[in-house]
Each structure stands twice: as C-alpha cells, then as structure tokens.
Ligand binder design. Structure first.
Ligand code: SAH
Ligand code: SF4
Length: 344
C-alpha cells in the first residue's frame, strides 16, 4: 500500500509500527498532502538515513503525468500513468475566480451510456482513494496559482460504483487538502443506494444527478442504469439527499439532437420537478466518437427547451463548454491506447 491515501492517524500508527516516533507520521502527512511532494528525498525534515530507508521500503503513491494538453481557454487535460500502467484522464479548469479539477473515479466505466466516450472502454478497474487524491494533487501542480479550489467527480467512471474508495478520497480531500465539502460535486448517473448512503455521511458535498430524460422509457434507452432505478425512485433519493444534507441537488440534462430536446419533454421535465428542484443545468452533447448514435442539439431546440422550463418557473443554466478542442469536455474522456509521448 502506498502512503498516499492514508489518513494522518493511520500514518501515525504506521510510524509506530515501524518503531518511529508518532510525529514522523504527522510530518509525512504534511509532506504528502500540504506540500504535495512526490518523493521521500524531498521530505527534508526527516533524517537522511530514514529518507533513504523509506525510499527503498515504501511507495509515496503519486502517478506520473504521461501527457499534458492545454486548450486556448486554459483548460488542461492530464493523462496520468497509474502504477499498473493503466491510464486515466484528469482535467484542470481555471476560471477567473477559482480553479476546478474534474477527477475520474474508475478506469473506464461499466454503465454504458450511449452518448458517452468513456462507456466505450468498459470498466477496467476501480480507482483507489489514493489515485483520486493524487489527481487533485497533480492538478494543483498544473494550476496557474498552484491551488485548486473546487473538485468535481465528473471524469471517467460512475463514482457510486466505487463508493468506499470515493468516500475515503472525499474525506482526505476535505481534511488534508482543505477543500470544503461545499466545493466538491459528485455526479451520478442515478445510483439510488449510493445517493442514499452519501446523504447519511454528514459530508455535505453537492450532488449532481445526470437525469437526461424525464421518463423511464427514454431514460433507460440512454442510461442503462435507468432500468434498475426508475425516474421516480431516483427523484425520491434526490429529495432525501436535499432534506438530509440541506444541500441543493444539481440536475444535469444532456441535450441530444432529436432525442430528448423537444418542448413536450421540457414540459414533462418541469412537471417532474414540481417546483421542488428549481434548477436544471443543460448540457449540449459533445461529440466524442463518430460512431456514436447521437448528435448535438440545434441552437433553436436548446433555446426552445430552455424557454419552456423557464416559463414553468425552473431556473436554467447552460454548461459552459471548455476544452472541447483537446477532447477534455464532459463525456469526451477516453483512453484508447497506450500513449508513449512524454510530458513537455
Ligand atoms: N458517471 C457519472 C459522472 C461522470 S459523467 C455520471 O454519469 O453522472 C459526467 C457528466 O458528463 C454526466 O452528466 C454525463 O451524462 C455527461 N456526459 C457524458 N457524455 C457526454 C457528452 N458526450 N457530452 C456532454 N456530456 C456528457
Ligand atoms: Fe459512465 Fe457517466 Fe459515462 Fe454513463 S455518462 S458511461 S455513467 S461515465
């Protein structure tokens, strides 16, 4: 097990087991999380012989940056090389007032949504908590001011299918990287038990629900998970989340041309929300793979859809698309093959 991913307490216990004073664990936690170092050699307040010993016996657990691409708008996509040679993508999004990082929770994804590039990979494996925390630390290294203020779990994978590691990572990010739960968003395709469990963790992160259709027939065609947990059940779970945490849930609605972008569906969606969830984030589909059986919505249908929702009293935002030219936008993350180029 690498040292990254362990809590301060666990690192202190580890130090004791190694016959070291407990405070060595605390020092190492500071180096790992506060300073974000990649090697034991950099932990200069540890005695030199100990640093050398640790370098042979232990692993820090940071992954290497295999490739880095930057778009004109500053969006930076990082291809990270994991210890078992698998690769994942992480996206750094600098805005004027904050820097957000979009992290992956799995290598690939087993859910199989028809519109998503990650789905074409299938599930290769779950990420560990350390690998999720590592993405935030690495994003910090590639952020303009060396800081990351917001985390969105919206990269590759369905976070609720890797629940235990997700939760460990969220606790480390809030406790050790000092990013408050309010600045963290977890996006789910509608995994009901996961939403209910997360509601009860006393960790008030923002939940984003990928709804994408207001009825089961259409939704389960787009998101196979919709066959297991229907719209009614998902919306109940979301209401439970709001009641328990006091946090507003963000409803994501991906617009697919000619599929789910009609005014009738907008009315059905407004009815479903019944004034309880007052906010919908519309996401125009990003093309990722020419073989995908869907297309982007026209400007007119986006406007029409938006107007119907607004007439019904729903607040609508449109997701600002960033990094599309480097395939870093939502739903475009996919690792097709090993990519040998080194980071420049
Ligand atoms: N598995 C989780 C989180 C990762 S996907 C989920 O599905 O919510 C993050 C968001 O990107 C989801 O809302 C998803 O529906 C959306 N998305 C997937 N493919 C997309 C595409 N091609 N264009 C735009 N958004 C997409
Ligand atoms: Fe998985 Fe989310 Fe993509 Fe669906 S949209 S395949 S759940 S990553």
């Amino acid at each position: 097990m690498p040292l990254l991913g362990q809590t301060r307490d666990q690192l202190q216990q580890w130090a004791e087991r190694r016959g070291l004073p407990r405070f060595r664990g605390r020092q190492i936690a500071d180096w790992l999380y506060r300073r974000g170092v990649r090697t034991f050699a950099e932990m200069v307040d540890l005695p030199a012989p100990l640093r050398e010993q640790l370098a042979t016996d232990e692993r820090v657990g940071r992954s290497a940056v295999d490739q880095r691409q930057q778009a004109a708008d500053g969006t930076t996509k990082l291809l990270l090389l994991l210890a078992d040679d698998r690769r994942i993508e992480t996206v750094v999004l600098p805005y004027t007032d904050r820097v957000s990082v979009c992290i992956s929770s799995q290598v690939g994804c087993p859910v199989g949504c028809v519109f998503c590039a990650t789905a074409t990979m299938g599930l290769l494996r779950n990420l560990t908590a350390a690998e999720m925390v590592d993405q935030v630390l690495t994003a910090r290294e590639h952020s303009p001011g060396g800081k990351v203020s917001h985390v969105v779990v919206m990269g590759m994978g369905e976070p609720m299918l890797n629940y235990d590691a997700l939760l460990r990572a969220l606790r480390l990010i809030t406790a050790e990287l000092e990013i408050s739960a309010r600045r963290i968003t977890v996006s789910t395709a509608g995994h009901v038990p996961g939403i209910r469990r997360l509601a009860d963790e006393a960790l008030p992160v923002t939940l984003a629900l990928s709804l994408h259709a207001p009825n089961d027939e259409l939704r389960s065609e787009l998101i196979p998970m919709g066959r297991k947990w229907g719209v009614g059940e998902v919306m109940d779970a979301v209401r439970h989340y709001t009641r328990t945490t006091g946090r507003r849930v963000t409803l994501e609605y991906l617009l697919l041309g000619g599929v789910n972008d009609t005014p009738e569906l907008a009315r059905e969606l407004a009815g479903l929300l019944r004034g309880e969830i007052g906010h919908v984030n519309l996401i125009p589909w990003n093309a990722a793979d020419s073989l995908q059986p869907v297309r982007a919505p026209g400007k007119r249908s986006v406007r029409g859809f938006r107007e119907v929702l607004e007439q019904q009293g729903v607040t609508v935002t449109e997701r600002m698309e960033r990094g599309r030219e480097i395939d870093a936008a939502c739903g475009q993350l996919v690792v097709k093959r090993a990519q040998p180029e080194a980071v420049s």
